[in-house]
Write a protein that binds this ligand. Structure first.
Ligand code: SF4
Length: 584
């Protein structure tokens, strides 16, 4: 085991965008929209998203400044921006960061994710709310916005105070100034002879070792060949073969604008923090992976979508992008090979479903982050209607190692159709929480009991949540299963982002059920009726049970959600609920 001590905590303050308008949309101070209006050739490329993204940014700025987005203010902003009022209302009522009242003096975002719930039973949310004077003596100077999740699952409960993270059992004392602030780094280790995704963090291989020579030779075949041979599948949950996706995008016709590669840093699955670890501590590896994927998919514009709950990740990526440009790894005619490729950071606005690729693209176009039916797939019609590849952070971070060592070296790791490695994230309710890179095929029991050391509080383990809110629950007798996409599915759970949350006896299963349904109801994007109505019914039934009522009778709700929901979110919920009922 390569046990590495966590590095000292770093402060990170993300500068506010104050850039003057550069795209002709009056009132918008952000520079983000610029990426949508300049084509590869440098000529203006007018798209419908320009106005949408400017509206989104303007609303976000208004919220940051503590403005209340009531009907009159939205009407004024719509007029100022020259967009229909319905569009502004649609955005302001959809995104959590726009919907929630935000004090310009102090904004607290306590984590309502499952790992923090498992740590406190949810009591920290009420305590933070009390601290801010929400119950009784309400203080206008402090606003509170519970969020799913902050990626501090290894040290919960957690909260963001502005953009500064705080976590630990004494969270409320920290926030009130009675205890020393704590913002611990993510502990990590690689359970491999040679780390792949954690190669940089483990000190075995620094970033930007393979890109210069491939860029110089514009050697697309080398990347496609190595990754095809490696059998790498996406680590964001769907497990789709990476090389197949890139080939589809590379072969799709574009209509004059840039072809896009999006790094999906919207790690919204409560319990997962591997993407935060990589974006914050090894962002250069993420960027090198993006450059390689862009070469393979013929993309010429890169974007990293970073959720707003990860402010430090966005800042570290922006710093790494500036360094990469200075070193000649990004920009025009990179390393003299004739390739133009650059990357920008897009900050999310608070939406779990935006992790789904069509929803994420809608969000980047300045629309409500609702899922749309596929086809067309983003590889043929994605951002601004152009061929677009969406890959997750961990997937991209594996590419430098795969290209350097060859696909066969990666394919030699793993089991069955699940090749290579996976970083699993163990919650703070384990004795040894942290991010561990393991070979796929490793026994779940070995990870839970061996690496994790069982429950931190002692006593018997009651359940393990695998793969986040859409993964599922396993009981202590069900852990003898290899960690692969296929074996976990056969066991009734989904690998998802690879999060593991240990749940002890003191968590009331009725409260846990209400917590799961509460997440589903809060994060359903509302685009389809089975999920929108089913999640509301499920939550009502679970609350009734938690209040002393009978065991929920869902009728046809779960089956309708499974069979008729538009995306994996609604379709995945019934399996999770059934796994919870089975375990308890
Ligand atoms: Fe939206 Fe849920 Fe339908 Fe997915 S299943 S599109 S999240 S309402």
């Amino acid at each position: 085991m390569t046990a590495l001590p966590p590095k000292p905590a770093r402060r990170s303050v993300v500068p506010r965008a104050k850039t003057a308008p550069q795209h002709g949309i009056k009132g918008c101070r952000s520079s983000i929209a610029l990426q949508f209006v300049v084509s590869r050739s440098g000529r203006p490329h007018p798209t419908a998203s320009v106005r949408g993204i400017a509206t989104l940014e303007r609303l976000r700025e208004a919220r940051r400044d503590g403005e209340q987005l009531g009907p009159e203010r939205i009407a004024a902003l719509s007029e100022e921006l020259g967009v229909p009022r319905a569009r502004a209302v649609g955005l302001a009522s959809y995104y959590d960061d726009l919907r929630t009242e935000r004090s310009s003096e102090r904004h607290l975002r306590p984590c309502a994710g499952t790992a923090c719930f498992a740590a406190t039973g949810g009591s920290h949310l009420a305590a933070v709310s009390d601290l801010a004077g929400e119950s009784g003596d309400r203080s206008a100077s402090t606003s509170v916005q519970p969020v799913h999740c902050l990626g501090y699952c290894y040290a919960g409960p957690a909260a963001l105070d502005g953009e500064q993270a705080r976590s630990g059992p004494d969270l409320v004392e920290q926030l009130s100034g009675r205890a020393k602030p704590s913002d611990p780094e993510i502990p990590f280790a690689a359970e491999l002879n040679e780390p792949v995704v954690l190669a940089g963090l483990s000190g075995t291989e620094s970033a930007w070792q393979v890109w210069p020579q491939l860029a110089r030779a514009a050697d697309r075949a080398a990347v496609i060949g190595a990754v095809s041979e490696s059998q790498l599948r996406g680590r964001g949950g769907a497990g789709f073969p990476a090389a197949v996706k890139w080939n589809a995008a590379a072969e799709a016709p574009a209509s004059g604008g840039p072809r896009h590669l999006i790094c999906n840093g919207d790690e919204g699955d409560p319990g997962a923090f591997v993407d935060r670890l990589l974006m914050e501590r090894d962002p250069a590896r993420v960027l090198e992976g993006m450059a390689l994927a862009a070469l393979a998919s013929r993309s010429d514009r890169g974007h990293v979508y970073v959720r707003s709950e990860y402010p430090r990740a966005a800042a570290e990526l922006e710093r790494a992008i500036a360094e990469a440009r200075a070193a000649g790894h990004l920009g025009r005619n990179v390393h003299g090979g004739g390739i133009d490729f650059d990357v920008e950071v897009f900050r999310g606005v608070g939406s779990y479903v935006a992790g789904e690729e069509t929803s994420l693209i809608a969000s980047m176009e300045g629309r409500r982050g609702e899922v749309r039916p596929r086809p067309p797939f983003p590889t043929s019609s994605g951002l601004d209607g152009q061929p677009t590849v969406v890959n997750n952070v961990e997937t991209l971070s594996a590419l430098p190692w795969i290209v350097a060592r060859g696909g066969a070296a990666y394919a030699a790791l793993g089991a069955g159709a699940s090749r290579g490695t996976k970083v699993v994230c163990l919650s703070g309710t384990f004795t040894h929480p942290g991010a561990y890179e393991i070979e796929l095929g490793t026994s779940l029991r070995e990870v839970v009991e061996g690496l994790g050391g069982g429950l931190a509080e002692g006593g018997p383990l009651r359940a393990v949540q695998v793969g986040g809110p859409l993964g599922g629950f396993l009981g202590p007798t069900e852990l003898d299963v290899p960690i692969t996409f296929e074996d976990l599915l056969a066991a009734g759970v989904d690998l998802g982002h690879g999060s593991l949350i240990a749940i002890g006896e003191r968590i009331d299963p009725r409260a846990l059920l209400a917590h799961v349904w509460g997440f589903v109801a809060a994060e359903s994007c509302g685009a389809c009726a089975p999920c929108r109505l089913g999640s509301a019914r499920g939550l009502a039934a679970a609350r009734k049970l938690a209040g002393g009522g009978d065991r929920p009778e869902y009728g046809s709700t779960l089956e309708t959600m499974r069979a008729a929901s538009l995306c994996a979110f609604g379709r995945g919920v019934p399996g999770v609920i059934r796994s919870l009922e089975r375990v308890y």
